[in-house]
Write a protein that binds this ligand. Structure first.
Ligand code: HEM
Length: 141
C-alpha cells in the first residue's frame, strides 16, 4: 500500500472538515447563542472567539492548498479518461474555495461588523465546494 496518497487524502479531508465545520458551527450554533447579548458584549465575545479560531483557519487553508495541489499535480493533471465536465467543475470549485479562504481570514479580524453576513456567505460556498468535490469524484471514475 502506498502511504503518501492516504496521508494527503487525510490532510485534505481533515482540513476541509475543520474549516467548513467551523464556519457551520459559527453560523448555526455560536451566533444564535450570542443573540441575547448587547451589541458590545456580543462583539467582545465574538472577537475573542475569532482570535482563538484564527490559527485553525490558517492551518486548514495551508493543509487544503498543499494536499489539493499535491493531489491535482500527481493524480489529475495528466490523467486520461476524466469526464469532459471534470475540468470546468474543478475550476468553479477552486474559485469558490478561494472565496472561502479569503473571507474566512477576514472573519477572524478584530472588530469586524460584517462578520455574521460574511460567515453566512462562506457557509454557502463551503457546502457548495464539498458538493462539487463529490461530483468531481464521480466525474473522475
Ligand atoms: C474550501 C476548500 C476545499 C474543500 C472544502 C475541499 C474538499 C474536498 C473534498 C471533501 C474532497 C473529496 C475527498 C475524497 O473523496 O478523497 C476533495 C477532493 C479534491 N480536492 Fe478539494 N477541497 C477544497 C479545496 C481544494 C483546493 C484549493 C484544491 C487544489 C488546489 C483541491 C483539490 C482537490 C482535488 C484534486 C480533489 C480530488 C477530486 C476528484 O476526486 O476527482 N481542493 N476536496
Amino acid at each position: 500500500m502506498d502511504i503518501l496518497p492516504v496521508l494527503f487524502r487525510f490532510l485534505h479531508i481533515f482540513s476541509a472538515v475543520t474549516l467548513v465545520g467551523g464556519v457551520l458551527a459559527w453560523v448555526y450554533g455560536f451566533l444564535p447563542g450570542l443573540s441575547a447579548l448587547s451589541a458590545d458584549a456580543r462583539m467582545k465575545v465574538e472577537n475573542a472567539a475569532a482570535a482563538a479560531w484564527r490559527p485553525l483557519v490558517l492551518t486548514s487553508i495551508v493543509g487544503l492548498l498543499v494536499s489539493g495541489f499535491w493531489n491535482f499535480l500527481t493524480n489529475f493533471m495528466h490523467r486520461e479518461g476524466l469526464k469532459a465536465a471534470w475540468h470546468p467543475v474543478f475550476g468553479v470549485k477552486i474559485l469558490l474555495a478561494l472565496h472561502v479562504f479569503a473571507v474566512a481570514l477576514l472573519v477572524t479580524k478584530q472588530g469586524n461588523e460584517k462578520r455574521a453576513r460574511q460567515l453566512k456567505g462562506i457557509a454557502f460556498s463551503g457546502v457548495a465546494v464539498v458538493l462539487l468535490s463529490a461530483l468531481l469524484r464521480a466525474l473522475s471514475k
